[in-house]
Design a protein around this ligand. Structure first.
Ligand code: GUN
Ligand code: ZN
Length: 434
């Protein structure tokens, strides 16, 4: 990359801490007329335009965005790229939805050409929605992950993904074996983990589709290679939980299955966690494991209501996930819209600043990447989004009635979707623009 300095003048907002810990006011930094200075893909400075403009060289290019808000790029902590083609599949709850739709769609990824096509579409869709980093499921086929990382690498994205490990309770065409899953995962780790901005996640689908031998080998991979992620599903649906109890009668519960095989830790992300008991919450906190809160998915599959305030009490790390294709939108703004309603149904509130945190810094912390992404702090990577307050006539009209930042933010999160993402920048370069 050539040496460049450039600046962006707009309203700037980023989370700097969890509102649950420091209160809403101390949780963010905001510059109404701000300047963001980027040097070689990293943030060099952030501040009031009036303070920073005099320090810029005369020839520094400045891009101005009126009626817009710049925030860090969104972090989606749980999504399935192979399910892009089956989003919005009608009528089932988790286990039937998997059998009738998911396991049919995922078989198509034995074809590398198909995987290439979907990986391109998927990553374009993420960028259209302002998502700059995601933790991503592939399929059981190693080709699915080669396809995904090839496209992600071309786009210079910070992405985490892994091949599904699954050796039982699915169609034969989607099954690996303990040995093949270990070897295929290992080869992918050696090929991709730590290459540019890419990271590998060991990805057993969920306890019901892995034998004890396979879970043992998943744990072994985590021990063999530094800084790997662990990505799976946990306590999403009541029937699923009963099934796990029947399959692993000697374990105390669902989380204990993963715990037994050494799969908990600060790079472990469990999607859902809708029906966790107190001791499971405590164990997640003690091991610094993270949950991905996936509201559109939990509502779409009728799984239940995620208890965010309980996780705050236990100090469990929580990020936000779209969980496409059980989730119904790639938009993290729309996902926050549904997260708010999930809290309403539990007589709880979700403040706009907590929402911002979940979609950015909270996600980055859940992925242990907050040193690189999730804020606009100097020294971090310049992955950011430009959100358009006037994206639609309705938003423009509604924004005119909004008097505070908090109110504008709430309107953005409630009415906004891909149309509200005016531009997405990766390492300071525009990668999507409307
Ligand atoms: N549990 C196991 N596999 C899946 C999946 O693909 N989607 C969701 N939502 N839950 C799962
Ligand atoms: Zn999922």
């Amino acid at each position: 990359m050539t040496h460049t300095i450039q600046a962006f003048r707009a309203a700037l907002l980023h989370s700097i801490a969890d509102p649950a810990e420091v209160g809403p006011t101390a949780s963010y930094e905001y510059f109404e007329d701000g300047l963001l200075v980027i040097e070689n893909g990293l943030i060099k400075a952030i501040g009031h335009a009036a303070d920073l403009l005099p320090s810029l060289a005369d020839n520094t290019p400045i891009t101005t965005y009126p009626d817009a808000l710049i925030t860090p790029g969104f972090v989606d902590t749980h999504i399935h790229y192979p399910q892009t083609g089956m989003i919005a599949s009608y009528g089932e709850q988790l286990l039937d939805w998997l059998n009738n739709y998911t396991f049919v769609e995922e078989q198509k990824f034995s074809d590398k050409n198909h995987a290439d096509t979907v990986a391109k579409l998927f990553l374009t869709e993420l960028l259209r929605n302002g998502t700059t980093t995601a933790l991503v499921f592939g399929t059981v086929h190693p080709e699915s992950i080669d396809a995904f990382f090839e496209v992600a690498n071309d786009k210079h994205l910070r992405m985490i993904a892994g091949k599904v490990m699954m050796d039982r309770n699915a169609p034969d065409a989607l099954l690996d074996t303990p040995q093949s899953s270990y070897q295929d995962s290992k080869a992918l780790i050696q090929r991709w983990h730590g290459k540019n901005r890419l990271h590998y996640a060991v990805t057993p689908r969920f306890a019901p589709t892995s034998s004890e031998e396979q879970l043992t080998l998943a744990g072994q991979l985590l021990h063999e290679f530094p800084d790997l992620y662990l990505h799976t599903h946990l306590s999403e649906n009541k029937q699923e939980i009963e099934w796990v109890k029947a399959l692993f009668p000697e374990r105390e519960g669902y989380l204990d299955v993963y715990d037994h095989y050494g799969l908990l830790g600060k790079r472990s992300v469990f999607a859902h966690g809708v029906h966790l008991c107190e001791s499971e919450c405590q164990r997640l906190a003690d091991t610094q494991s993270s949950l991905a809160f996936c509201p559109t998915s939990n509502l779409f599959l009728g799984s239940g209501l995620f208890d965010l305030s309980k996780m705050e009490q236990y100090k469990v790390n929580v990020g936000l996930g779209t969980d496409v294709g059980a989730g119904t939108s790639f938009s993290m703004l729309q996902t926050l819209n549904e997260a708010y309603k999930v809290m309403q149904l539990q007589q709880k509130k979700l403040s706009p600043f907590k929402s911002l945190y979940l979609a950015t810094l909270g996600g980055a912390k859940a992925l242990n990447l907050d040193a690189y992404i999730g804020t606009l702090h100097p020294g971090t990577e310049a992955d950011f989004v430009v959100l358009d307050y006037h994206a639609t006539p309705l938003m423009q009209y509604r924004m005119a009635q909004a008097t505070t930042l908090e109110e504008r933010l709430f309107v953005l999160m409630t009415l906004g979707d891909d149309r509200a993402v005016k531009a997405t920048y990766i390492l300071g370069e525009v990668s999507h623009q409307r």
